[in-house]
Design a protein around this ligand. Structure first.
Ligand code: 3UK
Length: 512
C-alpha cells in the first residue's frame, strides 16, 4: 500500500478560502496607522507571488528576505512558501559580510531587501550575477492599500505537504558563521497547536506585539504564526524597539499580548521608574524568552504592573518554545514545564538519561524540530540523534518537573537575547598591542542580566582604568555594542588545563 502524503500549504493554512470566509474582514496587521484585513493581506501575498515568480523563483528555490517588521515581510514570506520556495529571513542588524554569507550559503535565487538596507547586499560579483536577483522595497511610501485590480489569477498552488521545506532560519553558533536550520510547512502549525494553544490561548480579540523581530524564530511565531492562525491582529513596527518607542506603542496601540527578551522588560521598568510612565493596562499576557528571566526582573515586573512575565525556552532548531511557565503556576527562576507535544530529556555527557530530579544536557523531541542544517550534514548528525535535538543547554529538573537553566554546555551565551561568542570578543581584545591573552565569559549586572566580562593579561603586568577604557574603545570599534565587555578584570595569567585550554568555567565561577 502506498500512502499518499496529504496536501498542505501554509498559504491555505493562513489565507485559504475557508479561513477568509471566517476572518477575511478582520484586521490582520496594524502598521503605521493603517489596518490590513486578512482579505487585503491575501491580495498582498498574491501581488508578491507574482513578483517572486516573475524573477524565476520556483519550487525549492531560496528567497532571502532582508526586511523590517512590516506587512511586506509577512506577505513575502507567505508568497515564497506558497509557491514551494524556501523563505530565508535575514537579521537586519548584522554586517554586510554576514548578510552576504547567508545569501551565498543558502544559494538564494532572489533577495528582497528594504531600501535602507540595500547597501548590505552586493550581488555584482560572480557567482551571483547570473543566479540571483534583487528586488528593493521602498521604505517610505508603501502601496499596500492601493487597489491591486490588475493582479492575474493565482496559478494553482504546488503539491506541497507538511514535509515540504518552507523556510530556513540562520542562527549563529559557538564558532564561525551562522548555520541555517531548515523548517517544513508542518513546523508552524505544530507550534500553533502546542505552545500557542496551551500557553497563549489567543482569540480573535487579541492584539499581539513582539519586541523581538520577525527574522528571529521567536518573532516569527509571535508576530506571524500565532496571531494569524488565531484570526487575531498583529501590531508590526519597523522602527527600533527602544524603551521609549515601546512605551508609546503600548499606550497608543493597546496590545493584549506582549513578547520580549528579559533585557527589554528591564529597560521598560527603568523607563517607568525614571518618570516616563509605562501604560501596560491593555496587556493580559507577557512572555519572556531568549535567555533566562532573572528573578529580580520577574519580581519587579509583577510588583510594578501586577503582571506575570511567563518565561519559556525556545530555539531556532525547535522553532519556538518547548518548555514554558503557565499562567497561575509560573515559578521564579524556572523556564517552566515541558509543553504538550514536546518531550524533554536530560542526559549525562555519555548520553545516558538522567531520570527524575537531576541535572544534565537538555535534549528535546517534537514535531517542529528542524529537519537539519542547510548543507551541514555532519553538524546535523551531531545535533539530532534518533529524533532528539541536543539544545546545548544544561538544565536541572526538580521533582515536580520544572526545569531550571544552568548555562550553555559550550561557552556561548546571550546578552539582550543576542548571541555572544567568547572567541570573537577575545579576538577583538587581542588586537590591542598590550594584550597577551584574554578570556571572555558571561557575568551578571546588578539586575542579574547577562553581561560580557573579560579577563585580560597584559604585558606590563597591571592594568588601570585608562587601559580598560582603551580596551572598550577598541572592542567597540570592532564589535556591536552588546558584545563590548562591560566588566574587565586584569589577571597575571589565565587558568588553563594541562593541554593548554582556557578553563572558562573557573572564570565563570569567579564572576557570578
Ligand atoms: C537560550 C534560553 C534560558 C538557550 C528562541 C523563543 O532564543 C531562541 O532561539 P535561539 O536559537 O537560541 C536558543 C538558545 O537560547 N534560551 C532561549 N530561551 C531561554 N535560556 N531561558 C530561556 N527562557 O541557550 C537556547 O538553547 O536564538 C526563543 C522562541 C524561539 C526561539 N528561537
Amino acid at each position: 500500500m502506498t500512502l499518499i502524503p496529504q496536501y498542505f500549504n501554509l498559504y491555505d493554512y493562513f489565507l485559504g478560502d475557508e479561513r477568509l470566509a471566517e476572518v477575511g474582514r478582520r484586521t490582520a496587521i496594524e502598521f503605521r496607522g493603517s489596518r490590513i484585513t486578512y482579505d487585503e493581506l491575501r491580495t498582498e501575498v498574491d501581488y508578491w507571488t507574482e513578483q517572486i515568480t516573475a524573477n524565476g523563483v520556483g519550487e525549492g528555490d531560496r528567497v532571502a528576505l532582508l526586511l523590517y517588521d512590516s506587512p511586506e515581510f509577512v506577505a513575502c514570506f507567505l508568497a515564497a512558501v506558497s509557491v514551494g520556495a524556501i523563505a530565508v529571513p535575514i537579521n537586519t542588524f548584522i554586517s554586510p559580510e554576514e548578510v552576504m554569507f547567508i545569501i551565498r550559503d543558502s544559494g538564494a535565487r532572489l533577495v528582497i531587501a528594504e531600501e535602507e538596507l540595500e547597501w548590505k547586499v552586493s550581488l555584482s560579483g560572480s557567482p551571483f550575477k547570473e543566479t540571483c536577483s534583487l528586488v528593493v522595497v521602498t521604505t517610505a511610501e508603501r502601496p499596500y492599500l492601493e487597489p491591486k485590480d490588475d493582479l492575474a489569477e493565482r496559478p494553482p498552488l504546488p503539491a506541497t505537504t507538511r514535509e515540504t521545506p518552507a523556510f530556513l532560519l540562520y542562527t549563529s553558533g559557538s564558532t564561525g558563521m551562522p548555520k541555517g536550520a531548515l523548517h517544513l510547512h508542518g513546523s508552524i502549525p505544530y507550534t500553533v497547536e502546542t505552545y500557542s494553544g496551551e500557553v497563549l490561548r489567543l482569540s480573535e480579540e487579541d492584539r499581539t506585539y513582539s519586541a523581538s523581530r520577525l527574522f528571529f524564530a521567536y518573532g516569527l511565531g509571535n508576530s506571524l504564526s500565532f496571531p494569524l492562525a488565531a484570526g487575531a491582529a498583529v501590531l508590526l513596527d519597523a522602527e527600533r524597539p527602544t524603551p521609549e518607542r515601546l512605551a508609546s506603542l503600548l499606550e497608543e496601540q493597546s496590545p493584549t499580548v506582549f513578547f520580549a527578551v528579559p533585557a527589554v522588560y528591564r529597560s521598560l521598568l527603568d523607563l517607568h521608574e525614571s518618570g516616563r510612565r509605562v501604560d501596560t493596562s491593555s496587556l493580559r499576557l507577557c512572555i519572556s524568552a531568549g535567555e533566562a528571566l532573572p528573578p529580580s526582573i520577574f519580581a519587579d515586573w509583577e510588583r510594578t504592573f501586577g503582571l506575570t512575565a511567563l518565561d519559556g525556552i525556545g530555539s531556532t532548531e525547535m522553532l519556538h518554545i518547548f518548555i514554558s511557565n503557565r499562567e497561575g503556576r509560573a515559578r521564579l527562576s524556572s523556564s517552566g514545564e515541558a509543553v504538550g507535544g514536546y518531550a524533554a530529556r536530560l542526559c549525562d555527557d555519555d548520553g545516558n538519561e538522567v531520570e527524575g530530579e537531576g541535572t544534565g544536557n537538555l535534549w528535546i523531541r517534537g514535531g517542529s524540530a528542524t529537519s537539519g542544517y542547510w548543507n551541514r550534514s555532519e553538524l546535523t548528525a551531531e545535533t539530532i540523534i534518533d529524533g532528539w535535538v541536543r539544545t546545548g543547554d544544561l538544565y536541572r529538573r526538580d521533582a515536580e518537573g520544572f526545569y531550571y537553566h544552568i548555562g550553555r554546555s559550550d561557552d556561548c551565551f546571550k546578552v539582550r537575547g543576542m548571541w555572544v561568542s567568547p572567541i570573537e570578543v577575545e579576538a577583538a581584545l587581542l588586537a590591542h598591542e598590550s594584550v597577551v591573552e584574554a578570556a571572555v565569559v558571561s557575568s551578571r549586572d546588578e539586575d542579574g542580566l547577562a553581561t560580557v566580562k573579560a579577563y585580560v593579561v597584559i604585558r606590563t603586568g597591571v592594568g588601570d582604568e585608562a587601559m580598560k577604557e582603551d580596551l572598550r574603545e577598541l572592542a567597540g570599534s570592532r564589535l556591536p555594542p552588546y558584545k563590548v565587555p562591560s566588566q574587565i578584570e586584569f589577571l597575571k595569567e589565565l587558568p588553563r588545563t594541562s593541554t593548554g585550554k582556557i578553563q572558562r568555567y573557573k572564570l565563570r565561577g569567579a564572576s557570578q
